[in-house]
Write a protein that binds this ligand. Structure first.
Ligand SMILES: Cc1cc2nc3c(=O)[nH]c(=O)nc-3n(C[C@H](O)[C@H](O)[C@H](O)COP(=O)(O)OP(=O)(O)OC[C@H]3O[C@@H](n4cnc5c(N)ncnc54)[C@H](O)[C@@H]3O)c2cc1C
Length: 261
């Protein structure tokens, strides 16, 4: 037998939703007598009466996203309040998925590399922090040259140590500078008269505004003293880059690196 239920007349506002929610509860209390086709209506009504909380929407769109994470854990200066949402992006796909989720849900985002060049307010960040952790590094050798195909999350220290192993020259200046590749390209990091611009061949970027992955040539990156196109256009997110180094003298490279650390 079907339970008779008086569904409130449709109207806008809180009162209608409250009445509807009570009706749904009555229906659920009698659920054993509710026929299958009617259950679909209950689910629909529940969705109207109890829309999912923003946090639930985030979990569905971006599995693995964390809430209220202290950013002091991720910055060199160990200061900063909490990120409302925080996501560890371990692959290119993770980075893109997180950016798309932020865009779709209309929440501000912040890209965090190794956190050596950011000062986070004690108030924290009321949006999504995407921690760049992709870390693939592939090396190709052509005669007396090397191409390093590096993810944005690879540390500068790792690149320096790999160049030393191969006696590749051109990155000695970066010894002792904290940070990861993405942050270094963003700010065209440099020292001793050299900078990222001198080693970059191409940069792979995700362009958020038109959902596209592009390869920028060195000249397209508009590198200048601690400047780049990425500082001017926050819709361009660095995914990876190709760096070029020449074969050099191992002893000289090692000496230069040791002097800088
Ligand atoms: C002790 C010390 C010494 C330093 N010495 C030098 C030096 O000699 N020369 C020098 O140039 N700098 C120096 N720095 C600054 C810093 O180390 C560099 O700027 C470093 O390259 C920043 O990289 P990061 O990964 O820490 O970036 P973060 O600090 O995490 O981020 C810096 C900026 O880059 C953006 N960003 C990071 N990753 C990406 C990405 N994938 N796509 C788009 N945007 C991104 C962030 O949103 C942020 O705006 C020094 C810092 C410290 C603490």
């Amino acid at each position: 037998m079907l339970t008779r239920i008086k569904v409130p007349e449709r109207s806008e506002g809180f009162l209608y939703r409250a009445k509807l929610a009570i009706t749904v509860l009555i229906v659920i209390a009698n659920e054993s007598e509710v026929k299958l086709f009617f259950k679909c209506d209950i689910i629909k009504m529940m969705k109207i009466a109890c829309p999912p909380k923003p946090w639930r929407r985030w979990e569905e769109k971006l599995p693995g996203v964390q809430k209220n994470i202290p950013l002091s854990r991720f910055t060199t200066f160990r200061i900063g309040g909490k990120a409302r949402y925080f996501f560890d992006a371990k692959t290119k796909e993770d980075i893109i998925k997180a950016l798309k989720a932020a865009k779709e849900l209309g929440l501000p985002f912040f890209i965090l590399g190794a956190g050596s060049n950011v000062l986070v307010s004690d108030k924290g960040f009321d949006g999504l922090v995407i921690k760049i952790r992709n870390s693939k590094l592939e090396i190709k050798n052509f005669d007396d040259e090397f191409n390093f195909i590096c993810d944005a999350g690879v540390s500068l220290a790792k690149i320096v140590s790999e160049t030393l192993k191969l006696s590749a020259t051109g990155f000695e200046w970066a010894a002792g500078i904290p940070g990861a590749l993405g942050g270094a390209i963003y700010g065209n990091a440099g020292a001793f008269g050299k900078s990222m611009r001198d080693s970059i061949e191409t940069v792979e970027v995700y362009k958020l505004d038109n959902d596209d992955v592009l390869i920028l040539q060195n000249k397209d990156c508009e590198f200048n003293y601690r400047e780049s196109i990425f500082k001017k256009n926050k819709e361009l997110i660095i995914i990876s880059a190709v760096l070029n180094f020449k074969k050099g003298d191992r002893d000289r490279i090692e000496k230069e690196i040791k002097e800088k650390i």
